[in-house]
Ligand binder design. Structure first.
Ligand code: ADP
Length: 365
């Protein structure tokens, strides 16, 4: 018999409510429960101040559901539903006992775009691979909860192994990988509300054995503010890289992306212009079909560095779509060169020290 929402509720009747009155099953702090294919996800709503004290309750709820027959992965999170920047308490209010997510990760870099389809995931994956080729220990977190791309980009289908507490990232071409696409069906993640998205994200950082990493590249979902805010508040995010295409429209979106990070005090590490120019495979001639250079002009206007540009090329498309990213499969070719140059520019910005900023102001565990 597949596990049902009622089974989960019955299991949660053995767990106390966060306020100690009655059971978690009957508590208003329990979010809707999502059950699919033996995988269960729900959140316990709380406040940033209370969250650290509820970690043992979160674990108890997780254990109670895991003990049910037929249950595979269980995702239980503590979520503060309203964590708007304006409502952030000053730094001194951050509970001392709540650790920042991602200890052991030297630099966390968000790769973002203002809209979908500009090649953000392709760039994130190849950038991660390029950093690894330069000798760094690299992880790639596909945080695009609504449209995970790592399973396709790396042709990976297997589920990550778990020791009951933590998940082991998958490995491909020398980097460590985690994606919501390895854990739940895309249709399940599609219906998640803000708090569920945030909890899935925090778990993919906190409950994954990333090991010591030089860089964790985070492939961000387009648009949404929840994820940006969570990373800004709960991690020591080094900064964001914005991917854009040269068209005016995409640049307007890129501006929005930049503004979103600036609002939550995350530095912009630079802009990357993707699908920037086309090199004819027959004659080698270079054509700038979208009017190359728009991103450089925009970067100058916004006062952020230009990290580099990537050509529009059928090989980049074919290798991405076949699960064999170009930096891994043709590391000596011109496309890989473009990514390697950007990786070098990014690394020197990360290590340059100019970007250090004070820790974020609140932590919700
Ligand atoms: P996003 O993450 O912004 O939605 P993707 O990385 O999924 O974008 O890319 C969208 C499509 O464009 C994919 O089919 C990908 O292979 C293709 N693509 C991305 N970058 C390039 C490029 N530089 N040249 C050719 N095709 C590209």
């Amino acid at each position: 018999m597949p596990v049902s929402e009622d089974d989960v509720r019955r299991a949660l009747a053995a767990v106390p409510a966060p306020d100690g009155r009655g059971t978690l099953a009957a508590s208003p702090a329990l979010s809707p429960i999502v059950v699919a294919d033996g995988r269960v996800a729900f959140a316990i709503l709380t406040t940033p101040e209370q969250a650290p004290r509820l970690e043992s309750l979160r674990r108890a709820a997780e254990a109670a559901v895991k003990a049910l027959p037929g249950v595979g992965e269980v995702l239980v999170s503590l979520t503060a539903e309203r964590a708007a920047p304006a409502a952030r308490p000053p730094q001194s209010h951050r509970p001392a006992e709540a650790p920042l997510l991602g200890a052991g990760i030297r630099h966390m870099v968000a790769v973002a775009s203002g809209k979908g389809g500009v090649g953000k995931s392709t760039v994130a994956a190849n950038l991660a691979l390029a950093l690894a080729r330069q000798g760094h220990a690299v992880g790639l977190l596909d945080a695009d909860i609504f449209g995970p791309s790592a399973p396709t980009l790396f042709a990976l289908k297997q589920k990550p192994e778990s020791d009951g507490r933590r998940l082991k990232p998958l490995a491909a071409h020398g980097i460590r990988l985690m994606s919501i696409g390895f854990l739940v069906d895309p249709e399940v993640a599609m219906i998640w509300r803000g708090p569920m998205v945030v909890s899935a994200l925090t778990q993919m950082i906190r409950d994954v054995e990333w090991g010591p990493l030089d860089v964790l590249v985070i492939d961000m979902p387009p648009g949404t503010g929840d994820v940006q805010l969570t990373l800004a508040q709960q991690t020591r995010l080094a900064g964001a890289v914005i991917v854009s295409t040269p068209q005016d429209l995409a640049l307007a979106d890129a501006r929005r992306g930049v503004a979103m990070f600036r609002k939550v005090d995350v530095p912009i590490l630079g802009l990357i212009e993707n699908m920037s120019y086309f090199v004819c495979p027959h004659c080698g001639g270079r054509s700038e079909i979208f009017g190359h250079g728009g991103a450089a002009a925009e970067a100058a206007k916004l006062g952020v560095p230009m990290l580099g540009d990537i050509p529009l090329d059928p090989e980049i498309r074919a290798t991405s779509d076949a699960g064999t990213p170009v930096v891994a499969t043709a590391p000596d070719g011109p496309h890989a060169r473009a990514f390697l140059d950007i990786a070098e520019a990014l690394w020197s910005r990360l290590e340059g020290g100019a970007l250090r900023r004070p820790p974020p102001r609140i932590v919700m565990e």
